[in-house]
Design a protein. Structure first.
Lengths: 469, 496
């Protein structure tokens, strides 16, 4: 089920209503059933896959907890890592590897046909597997006790608001909240709806309308002018942000309706003054996952410069490969590695803290960082490296043009509004910012968002970009 | 405290309702029409329907597709007019439409419309999985959302939240494949295969052989496609269409419309040739089911399933209901007979040879796929509402062109051209051009001046020409390059 579907419009209020009507002891069951229903709406078979991995991880953690010797715990951890990552690699890389081997053997005149499986990547698998891994690692380190109640654990894995594309939650945050007795709180309800409203607005009105123009140019860049190609690059930067941020806000809002606080995933990332700062503001739960479970265990920046460079490169490489088997992702990861290293050596490690106050003279840095990010997104969005370079070639040369982007004035107006609101919401969240406004302005805000969502949303199905990962 | 909390919520709900009412007003005032134009343009076809229409024909591409060699390029619905010259027959044609779409269109026909009879195209293929899960289905369903009987803002809400079925290509293919595999034929006659997949595989293995006994890939693929298109029995998946059919019947009763279903011809010759008797019997069984289902409800059906022979199908390498002129004329004639019980007094047997026409008429009311139809104007008319305007901007009026070989054998000696004419006799210098081409490729241009009595006054113009023996083809058109317009109406061309 999608957040921006008619089914969800009925599903969510029903679940919330039942949640508050039911006694506390049955609520976990309601949420678990609702979460599986939410997931099965897409494909029943993959719900079975999620369930079986949940069972395995549940018992793995229990078994790990029982072990006294560290080496035994480590053995179970390795088994868990191999199983979970193996599953992820299987779904993401099996067909790619088969095809690759078939091609290679073909080139060597051996002509072996490696099998291709009729596989669809299960939605959300990258996220719920990472969430379970974080739980297992936390249990291994003793920072978290293994959950003995299978229902709570299954709910932690499948909690529908954040199941498909995060935020990736630690058990210490989400798991424990799911067990708490939640009382009806009007402010949670109001703030939840505010976040959902704003999330829907930036996904359905901003991201999906921009997608229309971006897709047109990326499908046939040679038919558009250089200016249109530049516009499409800028639009994609905002599309991917609005798409992912919109989803996260709806997730946060949906969870907040039942009193659960999920982690924030975005903090005005395009107002970053450095690439390092960007990664502290962009898809925070995922980048922190990589920091905590890969970068820091590798030694972070504590083992000398050479090791640090290697660590940064490796983290971005894994991060890129997590998205899937495409050279464009690897180049995208490589670009970020380069940016981080350059930034470090140029500014001698003083790239500034996230929370330092924003000054007007920072605007030039923000602008520069945005250009660099937009450049990196070209590779992320392109189907192949050749496509990316071809597009850049078209952008830089005078070529014949047969099409025009003709961006509507309303799209420019809505995008400008989104950018302004992102500046206004710098280091705060929509629901909190709205609380400070007098009621007429708040209601004006609601009226505008409701009107815009209904009247200006794109009408075609445009899946959330991160569903493909 | 709880009461206070609920009171707060109550106030908010009321405020929300007020906001929604305001939004609806704003949307209707400033955005609704633009959205209709963009997403539901079918409404314009419904709105454009003449209020005095007697018979409404609902069709898909079968109605309007013609072959490039056709002399008569009219739609089936337009050919029907030949049999009922006094009645106003109009069509709404939407490619890939099916009963579900027709129902929504019919629902939007205004209550004060003059329509007395509705002809609904019934396409056997539209009951198959290939069509139910068609690529075009999403966009068709999407286009109907803004026409739902709810406030416009609610309809736009449904559109924004994608309340229409949508499959991506991968899901669509997988669903169809799965159903082809799972659904067993439920038929009285014994079938050699239990499912479409099994039949398809067997056909693919066996293959169609060419004259030298070699595996013919293209013909085998076509045979498999015939199996996929027609090998189904009216099991649970057909119900979606039957339900739509029932809804149409109920609506027609409520609106006091005569209802006739026009079952389109399928290429049964090719189905039998490529796949065999089994497929043909399955198609017949499905046809019989539909005819008897409608018969039980006292609804007429023009059964054309086997009416058109293979060579009259335009697409020889795919399954479509696109017919050449003869095929369309046969269907129009069958349909005309089915309408006879309602319009016995209006019925007139057409003078035209139904297999190969020799008489052509343009009433200037609708487009009949003649060349240069852009000059049709609604300024004034001799009959109906429109006539043809020929002037400096459009100096070449409606053009009829044909090779004499395209005419029946006994109608290649000459032509009579007649029409109603109106122009300022002093200003305009119009001509009727009869441009003949001989066997050596030489053109013989005959410009016959058109006499007029006055602008707004209609006079009959008629002329004829005997073809010299070497004539191969002819072009007929009105030419006027002066700034004074020449108006022409009811243009008739009769070969003899």
């Amino acid at each position: 089920m999608l957040f921006n579907s008619i089914q969800f419009v009925f599903f969510l209020p029903l679940v919330i209503l039942l949640f508050y009507v039911l006694p506390h002891r049955f609520r976990w069951l309601l949420l678990l059933l609702a979460s599986y229903f939410f997931y099965m709406f897409w494909k029943v078979e993959y719900a079975l896959l999620m369930f079986s991995t949940t069972v395995l991880n549940y018992f793995t953690a229990l078994e790990m907890e029982k072990q006294v010797l560290k080496k035994d715990r480590k053995f179970i951890l390795i088994f868990s890592l191999l199983f979970n990552l193996g599953l992820l690699v299987f779904f993401k890389y099996f067909n790619f590897t088969s095809q690759f081997l078939t091609n290679i053997t073909g080139l060597l005149d051996i002509n072996l046909n490696f099998p291709l499986l009729d596989l669809l990547l299960p939605l959300g698998i990258s996220f719920y597997i990472f969430q379970m891994l974080s739980y297992t690692v936390e249990v291994y380190h003793g920072r978290q006790e293994a959950e003995h109640h299978f229902g709570f654990f299954a709910l932690y894995v499948s909690f529908f608001p954040q199941l498909l594309i995060g935020p990736i939650e630690r058990y210490q945050n989400l798991g424990l909240q799911l067990q708490q007795r939640m009382k009806f709180d009007n402010s949670n309800l109001v703030n939840g709806f505010r976040l959902i409203l704003y999330g829907l607005f930036i996904k359905m009105v901003i991201a999906d309308n921009l997608a229309f123009y971006v897709n047109r140019v990326y499908e046939a860049p040679g038919t558009f002018s250089s200016f249109d190609i530049f516009i499409s690059w800028v639009f994609y930067s905002f599309q991917i942000y609005a798409d992912l941020h919109g989803y996260t806000l709806i997730a946060l809002g949906s969870a907040l309706l039942i009193g659960i606080q999920l982690s924030e995933n975005f903090k005005s990332p395009y107002l970053s003054r450095s690439i390092t700062e960007f990664w502290q503001r962009w898809h925070i739960s995922l980048s922190y996952w990589f920091r905590d479970y890969l970068y820091l265990p590798l030694g972070g920046n504590k083992r000398g410069r050479i090791q640090w460079i290697f660590n940064v490169a490796l983290v971005f490489m894994v991060f890129a490969l997590w998205h899937g088997p495409r050279l464009t992702y690897i180049i995208w990861g490589g670009i970020f590695t380069l940016f981080i290293l350059l930034e470090y050596f140029v500014f001698n490690g003083k790239v500034g803290k996230v929370n330092r106050p924003f000054k007007p003279f920072h605007l030039s840095k923000v602008f520069l960082i945005f250009i660099l990010l937009t450049f990196a997104w070209i590779f992320f969005r392109s189907e192949s490296v050749l496509d990316a370079f071809q597009m850049m070639h078209y952008a830089m040369t005078d070529h014949s043009v047969s099409d025009q982007l003709n961006v509507k004035a309303i799209v420019w107006a809505l995008l400008s509004l989104f950018i302004l609101s992102d500046v206004y919401l710098y280091n705060t969240r929509y629901d909190k910012a709205l609380e400070k406004l007098p009621w007429p302005l708040r209601w004006l805000n609601y009226a505008f968002l409701i009107f815009a969502i209904i009247s200006f949303s794109a009408v075609d199905h445009i899946p959330f970009i991160y569903f493909q990962f | 405290l709880i009461v206070k909390e609920f009171a707060k919520i109550g106030v908010r709900i009321i405020a929300l309702i007020l906001i929604l009412l305001l939004c609806n007003w704003l949307y209707v005032e400033f955005f609704f029409e633009k959205d209709l134009e963009k997403h539901s343009s079918i409404i314009y076809k419904i709105r454009a329907l003449d209020a005095d229409t007697d018979i409404l024909y609902l069709g898909e591409s079968s109605n309007k597709t013609f072959d490039t060699n056709d002399l008569d390029r009219r739609k089936i619905s337009q050919m029907l007019s030949e049999f009922y010259p006094d009645l106003k027959i109009r069509d709404i044609t939407e490619p890939a439409a099916h009963l579900g779409i027709y129902y929504e269109i019919l629902r939007k026909i205004p209550g004060d419309s003059n329509v007395k009879t509705v002809v609904v195209t019934l396409n056997l293929r539209s009951f198959g999985l290939d069509w139910i899960y068609s690529k075009l289905e999403s966009s068709l369903q999407k286009s109907l959302l803004l026409l739902k009987p709810y406030p416009p803002l609610v309809n736009r809400f449904l559109l924004s939240f994608k309340a229409y079925p949508s499959y991506n290509e991968e899901e669509r293919t997988k669903t169809i494949r799965r159903l082809w595999q799972e659904e067993a034929f439920d038929t009285l006659s014994g079938m050699p295969y239990s499912s479409v997949s099994e039949w398809d595989r067997a056909m693919s293995r066996k293959g169609i052989r060419d004259t030298l006994g070699r595996y013919d890939q293209a013909m085998t693929e076509l045979a498999c496609h015939y199996i996929k298109s027609y090998a189904f029995t009216m099991n649970k998946h057909y119900r979606i269409r039957i339900q739509d059919m029932d809804r149409i019947i109920t609506l027609a009763k409520k609106r006091n419309w005569h209802l006739v279903f026009n079952l389109m011809a399928e290429n049964v010759d090719k189905a039998e040739l490529l796949v065999g008797e089994d497929l043909l019997s399955l198609m017949r069984e499905n046809r019989d089911y539909l005819v008897s289902y409608l018969g039980e409800r006292s609804i007429s059906v023009a059964d054309n399933l086997e009416a058109v022979e293979d060579k009259e199908f335009i697409d020889q390498d795919w399954t479509t209901e696109h017919y050449k002129q003869k095929g369309r004329r046969i269907i129009a004639r069958n349909l005309a007979k089915e309408l006879k019980p309602f319009y016995a007094e209006n019925y007139a047997e057409s003078a035209n040879d139904y297999t190969s026409p020799f008489e052509f008429f343009h009433d200037c009311e609708q487009n009949y796929n003649w060349r240069q139809e852009q000059g049709l104007s609604d300024e004034f008319a001799f009959s109906g509402k429109r006539s043809l305007r020929v002037d400096q901007k459009n100096p070449y009026g409606l053009t009829f062109a044909c090779h004499l070989q395209q005419l029946p054998e006994h109608y290649r000696n000459g032509v009579v051209v007649s029409f109603m004419s109106s122009a300022n006799p002093k200003g305009a210098t119009p001509k009727l051009v009869l441009d003949l081409t001989d066997s050596l490729g030489q053109n013989h241009w005959n410009g016959i001046p058109i006499s007029n009595t006055g602008l707004g006054e209609w006079s009959t113009f008629q002329t004829n020409i005997d073809f010299p023996p070497s004539t191969q083809s002819i072009k007929i058109y009105v030419l006027n390059d002066s700034d004074q317009p020449q108006y022409v109406d009811d243009l008739k061309i009769t070969f003899y």
